[in-house]
Design a protein around this ligand. Structure first.
Ligand SMILES: Nc1nc2c(ncn2[C@@H]2O[C@H](COP(=O)(O)OP(=O)(O)OP(=O)(O)O)[C@@H](O)[C@H]2O)c(=O)[nH]1
Ligand SMILES: [Mg+2]
Ligand SMILES: [Zn+2]
Length: 359
């Protein structure tokens, strides 16, 4: 196969660069991670699906998740036993969607890598929650990918237009907003401008929001399993259990993901500039430069809340997310400092051994 033929097969799975990167070693194979299992990966080389594993040293639990392959990553591999491949290196990512994983102790998790657009999927049923949408916008704002809000189940909701308008207001210029029936092909076709050939799009949202339904409608076949939501509270049943990158007929790639219970910030989100730019602009208009937006005269933030330009709940959520981001940032820097201390102690130990010999 010539390089240009190879490039065009890679484009089918989302390769965006004009040239191939130079292979780092003889027999190196380039592929994209399409499914992440607990101990192995399914990867695609443009022609076929292959099984791959990382080196055992890369599987240690304390390894930073950012260094481990994620769905959407481009990897260099070498042949291993049993027709499997060993992942040797990750190519630099042009974007990555991250959060602090639920339940675990502050571990960072990459939801998807090398994505162009994040579709934040939220049902217009009991799943509807503007504060949670602001949280998603905060993590997407840091990812390097564009944010799009997809409000599903518009066919089941009497005030879909009002709710869409409410979400448009909080999304501002950060994200386009759609309200649609995820089962309806012609309505879902409104998302086509984000699904151009070569684009990679990831779906995120709570369980039951309709991510797999949307994937199936875009595909035109029922590939992903879906499940009804609970009647009383619209909660889903965590039907999708792993992330998977799927080629769409139109030439884009879509990543379906399991529903998320919790979206915790990593500490790097510039929420003031991304998802809360409106509030940040107001803080610059307060009479006093160090206005705490409490009882000070001439406070532009309080004035905007009083006349309804900013919902009080939005301002409260802004304070909450900024506080959470700052706390996560502090934890991350303490973690880094401890790691650096450990390295320093090790180096000191080695120097002492050099000087005095091992005891
Ligand atoms: N009427 C209607 N039903 C929808 C719509 N979108 C999703 N559903 C239904 O909602 C239920 C949950 O949809 P799924 O696609 O399984 O949800 P999911 O986001 O993939 O959930 P997890 O895989 O658990 O994270 C299914 O019964 C779908 O048929 C919609 O726009 N309109
Ligand atoms: Mg699903
Ligand atoms: Zn103020």
């Amino acid at each position: 196969m010539t390089d240009s033929e190879f490039l065009s097969t890679l484009r089918r799975i989302g390769w965006r660069e004009p040239v191939l990167p130079p292979p780092p070693f003889a027999s190196a194979k380039l592929a994209r991670v399409i499914v992440q299992h607990r101990n192995a990966f399914e990867v695609h080389d443009g022609a076929a699906v292959l099984w791959a594993r990382t080196k055992s040293s890369a599987r240690r639990r304390d390894r930073d998740d950012a260094l481990r392959p994620s769905v959407g990553d481009w990897v260099w591999m070498r042949p291993a036993i049993n027709d499997e491949w060993q992942i040797e290196a990750l190519l630099p990512r042009h974007s990555q969607l991250r959060r602090i994983a639920a339940g675990e102790t502050g571990r960072e998790q990459i939801i998807a890598a090398n994505i162009d657009t994040v579709l934040i999927v939220c049902g217009l049923d009991g799943d509807f929650n503007p504060r949670r949408i602001e949280r998603y916008l905060a993590i997407v704002g840091e990812s390097g990918a564009a944010a799009v809000l997809v409000l599903t189940k518009a066919d089941r909701c009497d005030d879909a237009d009002a709710r869409r308008a409410q979400i448009e207001q909080l999304a501002g210029t950060q994200a386009a907003v759609y309200a649609l029936n995820a089962k309806d092909r012609s309505e879902v076709a409104r998302l086509d401008r984000w699904l151009v050939p070569g684009a990679t799009v990831v779906l995120v949202g709570s369980s039951g929001a309709g991510k797999s339904t949307l994937t199936n409608t875009l595909l035109g076949v029922e590939k992903m399993r879906t499940n009804s939501v609970r009647e009383n509270d619209s909660r889903g049943r965590h039907t999708t259990t792993f992330r998977a990158l799927i080629e769409l007929p139109g030439g884009a790639c879509i990543i379906d993901t399991p529903g998320m219970r919790e979206i915790k910030l990593t500490g790097e989100e510039a929420v003031e500039e991304t998802s809360f730019a409106d509030i940040e602009e107001l803080t610059g208009q307060c009479r006093f430069r160090d206005c705490a937006h409490g009882a000070e005269p001439g406070c532009a933030v309080r004035a905007a809340i009083a006349d309804g330009r900013v919902a009080a709940e939005r301002y409260v959520n802004y304070l909450k997310l900024v506080g959470e981001r700052d706390a996560a940032r502090l934890r991350a820097s303490e973690h880094e400092k401890r790691a650096a201390d450990r390295v320093g102690n090790k180096a000191l130990g080695a120097r002492l051994v050099d000087k005095y010999g091992k005891r």
